[in-house]
Ligand binder design. Structure first.
Ligand code: ADP
Ligand code: MG
Length: 385
């Protein structure tokens, strides 16, 4: 599908008001667009900075009608926006990514089936929706990780299981909701690739990001020449492109991969939106993942991004506001000392309350060489405790 270009001055709508929506809004406004955010939370990070903030539930017909009325096109910023809401909006306005792609990404079982269809290997798995399927799980999938098919994020909704008894107990503990059991794989590393695909099918990509997770949450992203073996760079980009093409995807898509100890590449999951692992693009690339989302939605040209600096991104979780585990009142981290380090770029999301495990912001670090960026990142991490 090809659509008329929406030029600056038009209003772009966003379903969801989290930090990804906020950074989309910033990118859109910088280019001269107006923005409208639909999110029930009066203090949502994107709602706070948008020209229009519609404070209703995602399925509220009146809220959706108002969003469609004031927006020339609509995007989404988190994958758990109900797909039927996107389908309803699409009757009136261009919506990207589309309801079908989002619905597939929302459901681990459908997501994995899509990967298989695209010929991209994923971890051996079984879908568990019934006691019969539980009983039929092959032994080779153990030890494994039981994941709820829907609504999991940042390691939530997951349980490691070693035996059939543990598996049965874990599934019962999850109240028998639809799940996927994945074989636990020996990971050497994790990486992700972000692409942007236009209404006309044209696609550009960022270089693969090397990601470090802590307690199931992304902690550090590193992007520099040689962060991954060349063969994996090409393989992960090719796999991401076939996954995006297979969905007829429009917008920014992130695909996460495991690198196994034997050097092979296995797809993990996808996010139908800009992704935490792409935040470094704001300061290290000539076009950010958020600007590409704006361009894709508006039908503007998608130029191939060029990374002009090696980069490390450190996620800033609410824990940093509680320097010791005993402390119960939040105190501000030492920003002045962190920002005294050359090449540090602070991004905070305007969340009023710091909570442990909550994503409050990120720090992008750029510099002349990968070694210099790494040294600065170590200093920053020490200051932040
Ligand atoms: P989420 O949606 O919460 O990000 P993921 O499926 O990406 O869930 O899992 C979170 C993390 O758990 C991964 O980044 C990885 O470190 C680990 N993990 C997930 N699945 C597997 C697996 N099959 N084998 C080994 N580690 C895994
Ligand atoms: Mg993940």
């Amino acid at each position: 599908m090809s659509l008329p270009t929406l030029f600056p001055g038009a209003t772009l709508g966003v379903m969801g008001g989290g930090q990804l929506g906020r950074m989309f809004v910033h990118a859109a406004q910088r280019m001269g667009y107006f923005t409208a955010v639909l999110d029930p939370d009066a203090a949502s990070p994107a709602g706070l900075v948008s020209h229009h903030h519609i404070q209703t539930g995602y399925l509220d017909p009146e809220g959706l009608a108002r969003l469609a009325e004031c927006s020339a096109a609509v995007t989404t910023e988190f994958e758990n926006v109900p797909a039927p809401a996107l389908a309803a909006l699409a009757l009136q306005r261009p919506v990207a990514p589309g309801a079908e792609a989002v619905a597939i990404a929302q459901d681990r079982a459908r997501e994995k089936a899509h990967f298989v269809r695209c010929g991209v290997p994923c971890a051996p798995y079984a879908v568990i929706e019934t006691p019969e399927q539980l009983a039929a799980v092959p032994d080779e999938l153990l030890p494994g990780i039981l994941k709820t098919a829907r609504l999991g994020y940042d390691g939530k909704g997951q349980q490691r299981v070693a035996t059939r008894a543990e598996l049965a107990a874990a599934w019962a503990g999850l109240k028998g909701v639809p799940c996927v059991l994945e074989k636990r794989l020996p990971l050497a590393a994790e990486c992700s690739v972000i692409v942007a695909r236009g209404w006309d099918g044209a696609m550009v990509h960022f270089p693969p990001q090397l990601n470090l997770h802590r307690d199931g949450i992304l902690a550090v992203t590193q992007v520099h020449e040689g962060n991954l073996p060349k063969v994996l760079v090409q393989r992960s980009i090719d796999a991401t492109k076939s996954i995006a093409n297979g969905l007829q995807y429009v917008g920014v898509l992130c695909v996460e991969f495991f690198v196994l100890e034997d050097g092979s590449l296995v797809v993990n999951e996808m996010a139908p939106r800009p992704h935490n692992s792409g935040h470094y693009t704001q300061d290290a690339c000539d076009v950010s993942q958020f600007e590409l989302q704006v361009r894709a939605l508006a039908g503007l040209p998608l130029t191939p991004p060029r990374q002009h600096s090696p980069a490390i991104m450190l996620n800033l979780l609410g824990d940093l506001w509680f320097a010791s585990t005993a402390q119960d009142a939040a105190t501000e981290p030492p920003w002045a000392r962190v920002l005294a380090l050359p090449g540090t770029h602070l991004h905070l999301y305007g969340k009023h309350e710091a909570r442990r495990g909550r994503k409050m912001g990120h720090l992008n670090i750029t510099g002349a060489s990968a070694a210099q960026v790494r040294a600065t990142a170590l200093e920053a991490a020490q200051l932040l405790g």
